[in-house]
Write a protein that binds this ligand. Structure first.
Ligand SMILES: NC(=O)c1ccc[n+]([C@@H]2O[C@H](COP(=O)([O-])OP(=O)(O)OC[C@H]3O[C@@H](n4cnc5c(N)ncnc54)[C@H](O)[C@@H]3O)[C@@H](O)[C@H]2O)c1
Ligand SMILES: O=c1ccn([C@@H]2O[C@H](COP(=O)(O)OP(=O)(O)O[C@H]3O[C@H](CO)[C@@H](O)[C@H](O)[C@H]3O)[C@@H](O)[C@H]2O)c(=O)[nH]1
Length: 442
């Protein structure tokens, strides 16, 4: 089938590439011409494991095309996917500016009947608005049907998630349109869950909010574990054995970040508010998450008494491993606090460093290696659980002025840290201390 995908970000590009890989002819459209030129050469503008290879393969097979000309991208297509951003507006709602522009653009350029599929995460009622906008701006002889098809991929494993997802949600008020989208996805061999448009839109927000709730829940449990001398890792493992609870998304840490959970939880609270529901539970989830980053900085200050002028190494900047995405990364909040207390921050990340430089500019010194970052530092903070960080030779910590490691992602085995004489604090697990006295570094 001839498909176009509007927006070639973390979702749109992966959607376009995987749809082309299962046999469709896909044109990806973006207003960012620099991105388009790169992608035409088979270079992905984002870091996503496996994406470059799959892109090049399908460009070569003449199933994947890129353009910044929407009139070209919409002319011949039977199905048009929208995958542009829906960022957080000032009041917490989802900003629909990009979506609305695209809807009008599609309507004005269409030359034949089409199905418009919304992949972007949008509040309940948005697909109906999209339908209205298209109807108002299109040629009256052309028929357009709208389908909500929310995306559930995770950054860092997006290709794998697309081929091995647990469900494809198709929301439509047209049985015919829903069938076409089901057919398009058939080669993925993933169960399709069909529903009405509004329920499909809600499934996306309710799923993200539930996962965020799981994370804040285990983080709060971790905070209690620290006080009562329990180990949250054992607690979450023990809980996860109950299949009603499940073991996933029970990793305690410095909270969730990224381009989805922070904005989607707030957008759902906003949506609930519009319908006289305060969603107190989700408000608390957000509150717990907002406080979670301060735990490691408080511990650092507690142990060093002051971090003014101290060299603090930061390992990991992206909001999670295997991505270059810095949007709402918890590291940004941690670093902002370190800088407020006049610490000298030396940061390392294996992949996100270029994006981190754009946000943090010259406020932080960036290094090319873990070793360089921790050499003669007064403390090391671990903010992202990259494999490179988890597999570090623990002996390297002896290069620090004092081996104080504060781990926001519970990367290391407690006994190994004890064996290496490292003072080690993690989230919700007993500390490994050499002495209870405050550390004095020269
Ligand atoms: N990032 C994720 O992991 C993820 C997963 C599931 C759902 N989502 C949702 O998918 C949507 C897209 O997210 P993303 O992270 O891919 O966004 P993104 O910011 O990475 O990409 C959006 C792209 O759309 C392009 N664009 C904007 N306006 C355009 C226009 N008028 N015409 C053509 N292109 C245009 C931008 O240039 C950009 O390349 C959001 O609603 C998000 O909530 C994201
Ligand atoms: O047990 C856990 C799991 C995750 N996180 C954090 O939660 C955030 C989000 O992680 P993850 O969900 O793996 O990545 P995303 O790419 O943001 O994916 C989420 O957001 C996407 C956008 O809506 C959805 O499509 C996915 O299903 C949903 O998992 C990251 O900061 C993680 O560090 C934890 O702190 N503990």
């Amino acid at each position: 089938m001839k498909i176009s995908v509007v927006g070639t970000g973390y979702v749109g590009l992966v959607t376009g590439v995987t749809l082309s890989d299962i046999g469709h002819t896909v044109t990806c459209i973006d207003i960012d011409n620099e991105k388009i030129q790169k992608m035409k050469k088979g270079i992905s503008p984002i870091y996503e494991p496996g994406l470059d290879e799959l892109m090049s393969k399908n460009i070569k097979n003449k199933r994947l095309y890129f353009t910044n000309d929407s009139s070209e991208g919409f002319r011949e297509q039977e199905v048009i996917y929208i995958a542009v951003g829906t960022p957080e507006a000032d009041n917490g709602s989802a900003d629909l500016e990009f979506i609305e522009k695209v809807a009008i653009d599609i309507a004005k350029n269409l030359k034949k009947d089409a199905i418009v599929v919304t992949k972007s995460t949008v509040p309940v009622g948005t697909n109906e608005k999209i339908q209205e906008l298209i109807n108002l701006n299109k040629d009256s002889a052309i028929k357009v049907e709208v389908v909500s098809n929310p995306e559930f991929l995770k950054e860092g494993s997006a290709i794998n998630d697309s081929f091995n997802g647990e469900r494809i949600v198709v929301g439509s008020n047209s049985i015919r349109a829903a069938k076409v989208i089901e057919k398009i996805n058939e080669p993925f061999n993933i169960p399709v869950f069909k529903t009405d448009i509004r329920s499909a839109e809600m499934i996306k927000y309710a799923s993200n909010a539930f996962l965020a709730t799981k994370i804040s829940y285990i983080n709060e449990v971790a905070n209690i574990c620290s006080r009562v001398g329990a180990n949250v890792e054992d607690v979450s493992n023990g809980m996860g054995l109950d299949s009603r609870i499940g073991s996933e998304f029970l990793n305690a840490g410095i909270g969730y970040g990224g381009s989805c959970f922070p904005k989607d939880t707030k957008a759902l609270i906003h949506l609930a508010g519009l319908h006289n529901n305060n969603f107190d539970l989700l408000r608390e989830v957000v509150k717990v998450n907002n406080n979670q980053q301060s735990i490691i900085v408080d511990k650092l200050i507690d142990r060093l008494s002051s971090i003014n002028g101290k060299k603090i190494a930061v390992l990991g900047l992206s909001f999670k491993p295997n991505t270059d995405d810095m949007r709402d990364a918890p590291s940004l909040k941690v670093i902002e606090t370190l800088l407020k207390y006049n610490a000298n921050v030396i940061a390392y990340d294996p992949i996100a460093i270029n994006n981190a430089k754009k946000v943090l500019k010259h406020k932080v010194l960036f290094t090319e290696s873990i070793e360089e970052a921790i050499d003669k530092s007064d403390a090391t903070l671990i903010l992202t659980e990259w494999n490179e960080v988890k597999n570090i030779d623990l002996k390297l910590f002896s290069k620090m002025n004092y081996p104080l490691v504060i781990d926001g992602r519970n990367c290391f085995d407690l006994e190994k840290m004890r064996y290496e004489n490292i003072e080690y604090h993690s989230i919700g697990r007993p500390p490994i201390m050499q002495s209870s006295e405050c550390i004095v570094v020269q």
